[in-house]
Design a protein around this ligand. Structure first.
Ligand SMILES: Cc1cc2nc3c(=O)[nH]c(=O)nc-3n(C[C@H](O)[C@H](O)[C@H](O)COP(=O)(O)O)c2cc1C
Length: 425
């Protein structure tokens, strides 16, 4: 089975992982309506191809909060990655640095802030779930600042953990040695008894996450840290304005990958009204449902500065070992998007879509640095007159661990990587 796209990786990950771990990553809340909606909404958006445009030179670089990145794709916070890979977040940190993009470390990570900081020099953000005891959270933010994380990403869509019924049915428990390592030394974690109808995450989230937060929490954060604050989980124009008014440097339009409020719209559906409300006063990022390069195109065209991906990098991470063993390279593929079309590269029609022209990001960042407002371009309607496909060209194969050999594998070479063991299972 050639690995051509994220869905192929997901299928192989499904065969490899135990059912509870696979379902923890893949699943959503309640009936998973929002989870499905995320994909359906991307599929409904049409792209109008344009002909005879020189795409021989392409440039995917941009900047997010003043940080130069190789592509408008960042890694979203994903908890307990050691369920997917023995090195978990440490492997992700190496892959993100190699890809030249930003990794966001979850509060609920299975490697600590400091361990991840020493695993790679790449740019990192720290995602914050605010603890009932604010001193615990303050300490985590200060620890992140001390070891060089560049921003705090405050997740605001988990007042209580979404009801993820797959996890409850599976009575999901972490294996021995896997824990929420950021809390060690901060707070005494009671041994969680996972009762029938619970999961380890649902039992611990109730203890660890403060359900009483209001907008004041952003002021509190800004009172003791000078790190930029990114507010993740914004789904309405009104909340976007609140976030800006409270001094957010960026928002992430996100429904948590369909894992929180089931029934919420797809994040891509609400992006245009939110981008219009923000009107260039902070950066706008989007996640939830990104699986293809063309999804990224659609998000940029509808007003996002960049996107974050969650499951789309966890599935390749899950398979890193097999790929490495077979091909004798250390492989993590955070973004093997659309690698079946190596000839069709990114091209941007600045005139038609100033909102998606990468230079515009640079200009916006420069304006923000100078304290000026940078107006948002008029948004196209949902039918984007994009003339290009976002194509992250060759699948980037990123070395991990001790071998620091960077390889660029084309899709056809990827196919040659034997995955026999997995496939024959
Ligand atoms: C397994 C898993 C764990 C996650 N853990 C966190 C987390 O700890 N903090 C957080 O803010 N978001 C978390 N998220 C949500 C992601 O940051 C992101 O919003 C979501 O994955 C985007 O949807 P996508 O997976 O379709 O790309 C998690 C998502 C998954 C799939």
């Amino acid at each position: 089975m050639p690995l051509l796209n994220i869905f192929d990786y997901e299928e192989l990950a499904r065969r490899k992982l135990s059912k509870p771990f696979f379902e923890y990553i893949a699943g959503g809340a309640d009936d998973e309506t929002t989870l499905r909606r995320n994909r359906e909404a991307f599929e409904r958006i049409e792209l109008s191809p344009r002909a005879l445009v020189d795409v021989s030179h392409v440039d995917l670089t941009t900047s997010v909060l003043g940080q130069a990145v190789e592509m408008p794709v960042l890694l979203a916070p994903v908890a307990v990655q050691r369920l997917a890979h023995p090195e978990g977040e440490l492997a992700t940190a190496g892959a993100a640095a190699q890809a030249g993009t930003i990794m966001t470390l979850s509060t609920m990570a299975s490697a600590s802030i400091e361990e991840v900081a020493s695993a790679s020099n790449g740019p990192k953000w720290f995602q914050l779930y605010v603890h009932r005891d604010r001193n615990v959270s303050k300490s985590m933010v200060q620890r992140a600042d001390a070891v060089g994380y560049k921003a705090v990403c405050l997740t605001v869509d988990v007042p209580r953990l979404g009801r993820r019924e797959r996890d409850l049915r599976n009575r999901l428990e972490y294996p021995p040695g896997v824990a929420h390592r950021n809390y060690i030394g901060e707070v005494e974690l009671p041994p969680f008894e996972v009762e029938p109808g619970e999961s380890e995450l649902s039992a611990s989230a109730d203890v660890l996450i403060d359900p009483a937060l209001t907008w004041e929490v952003i002021d509190w954060l800004r009172s003791f840290t000078s790190l930029p604050v990114i507010v993740k989980g914004i789904m309405t124009a009104e909340d976007a304005r609140f976030a800006v008014d409270h001094g957010a440097s960026a928002i992430v339009v996100s429904n948590h990958g369909g894992r929180q409020l089931d029934g919420a719209p797809a994040s891509i559906s609400v992006l245009p009204e939110i981008a219009a409300a923000v009107d260039g006063r902070c950066e706008v990022l989007l996640d939830s449902g990104i699986r293809r390069g063309t999804d990224i195109v659609k998000a940029l065209a509808l007003g996002a500065n960049a996107v974050l991906i969650g499951r789309a990098y966890i599935w390749p991470l899950t398979l890193e070992h097999e790929l490495r063993g077979a091909a004798q390279v250390h492989v993590a593929l955070p973004v093997p998007f659309d690698c079946q079309h190596p000839a069709r590269l990114l091209h941007l029609d600045a005139a038609a879509h100033p909102a998606v022209e990468p230079r515009r990001h640079h200009r916006r960042a420069a304006a923000a640095a100078a304290g000026q407002r940078f107006p948002h371009a008029p948004l196209p309607d949902a039918k984007c007159h994009s003339l290009w496909r976002l194509h992250l060209s060759d699948a980037e194969v990123h070395p991990l661990g001790k071998r620091r050999v960077a390889l660029h594998l084309r899709a056809d070479r990827l196919q040659r990587i034997a995955l026999d063991r997995l496939l024959n299972e």
